[in-house]
Design a protein around this ligand. Structure first.
Ligand SMILES: NC(=O)c1ccc[n+]([C@@H]2O[C@H](COP(=O)([O-])OP(=O)(O)OC[C@H]3O[C@@H](n4cnc5c(N)ncnc54)[C@H](OP(=O)(O)O)[C@@H]3O)[C@@H](O)[C@H]2O)c1
Length: 304
């Protein structure tokens, strides 16, 4: 597994395991997916306080307890700021959420904390106070955001002292807004509408790692596009290119994300060891420029 540089602060595997679907999994299945992750070089694990209502962190914490010494080989990330039908960047909530995550994970610290979704009522000074406390107490090493645009990050940076070098965003070959609007600049078509404030280019200029969530889902959790009869052209192309590279269709869809020079980190959500191993193989393959565009067009995107 290749590692990527994240904000010149740390190195981590290009494929990370997202633990959103881990809550409620029985011990045997947790061990199977974690063993596969580790055997395939994954060293980065993504959580949130809300995954499985907190249960994903509980199950993961139990795994860590069963495997002494393993935690030090991992980068563990969690998120806060969504609760009770609201987004909440208050100091009180951020501190309380991290304490809850640490207790469920059975840890003294997490490596990374992300603000899950932008709270329009945010006071950057309050966030800064919370981050300072979390950093000085040793509970959190690094900080970042999720689902933010460029100006929201700039707003936070007016008060937050710690570097914010991660933003987690939805990105897949079917949900490709991050690249699509940039290829339709100044056009009148729907694809030209920018929904993220040119985040892709901003991330490259500022050395921010984009973590891609739901890399194989279409829509907002509508389902997986691999082997889905709604995407016959895309699946035929994934299959054709997969044969050339010895990758499954899922592997090619992962290689498509990892081929982008923005150096994104793919957050895989599968709990199936076979699927995860396929995804990890993608990190060893570099698609050609032509293959990248062929896959993009096969997903139904057009170029002006
Ligand atoms: N920041 C945010 O707002 C946000 C939002 C959503 C997710 N996330 C993060 O992103 C991670 C990934 O999200 P996700 O789980 O929606 O993404 P995903 O990896 O695109 O989807 C995984 C789901 O697709 C299914 N699937 C079916 N066929 C598959 C195949 N051939 N290969 C791989 N998966 C297949 C998986 O089932 P099997 O388990 O049976 O393979 C699983 O249910 C989450 O765990 C979480 O950490 C963040």
């Amino acid at each position: 597994m290749k590692n990527i540089n994240m904000g010149n602060k740390m190195e981590a595997s290009a494929v990370a395991l997202g633990c959103m679907r881990m809550g409620g999994l029985e011990e045997k299945r947790v061990d199977a997916i974690m063993d596969t992750a580790i055997e395939n070089g994954i060293n980065f694990f993504d959580h949130a306080d809300i995954y499985g209502g907190g249960n994903a962190e509980v199950v993961f914490g139990a795994y860590l307890k069963r495997h002494p010494g393993i935690r030090e080989k991992m980068t563990i990330q969690t998120k806060c700021a969504i609760h009770d039908g609201q987004f909440d960047f208050s100091k009180e909530h951020i501190l309380k959420s991290v304490d809850g995550s640490l207790s469920r994970l059975g840890l003294d610290y997490v490596d990374v904390l992300l603000l899950h979704r932008p709270d329009t009522l945010m006071e950057p000074e309050e966030v800064a106070e919370a981050f300072d406390i979390l950093e000085s107490s040793g509970k959190v090493k690094y900080f970042g955001v999720s689902n933010h645009n460029m100006m929201q990050m700039e707003l936070l940076k007016t008060a937050v002292k710690q570097p914010l070098f991660i933003n987690q965003l939805q990105f897949s070959v079917t949900e490709a807004g991050l690249v699509t609007s940039g290829m339709n600049v100044n056009m009148k078509n729907a694809e030209s509408v920018m929904h993220d404030g040119s985040f892709l280019e901003y991330s490259r200029i500022k050395n921010i790692t984009i973590q891609t969530w739901s890399p194989f889902q279409y829509g907002f959790f509508e389902g997986n596009f691999v082997d889905n009869e709604k995407f016959p052209v895309l699946n035929a192309k994934l299959s054709e290119i997969g044969e050339k590279h010895g990758l499954s269709k899922t592997g090619v869809a992962a290689a498509w994300i990892l081929r982008h020079p923005a150096n994104m980190q793919l957050i895989a959500g599968t709990m199936n060891p076979e699927h995860l191993a396929d995804i990890c193989k993608a990190a060893e393959v570099t698609l050609s420029r032509s293959e990248w565009y062929e896959i993009y067009r096969a997903a139904g995107h057009t170029l002006p």
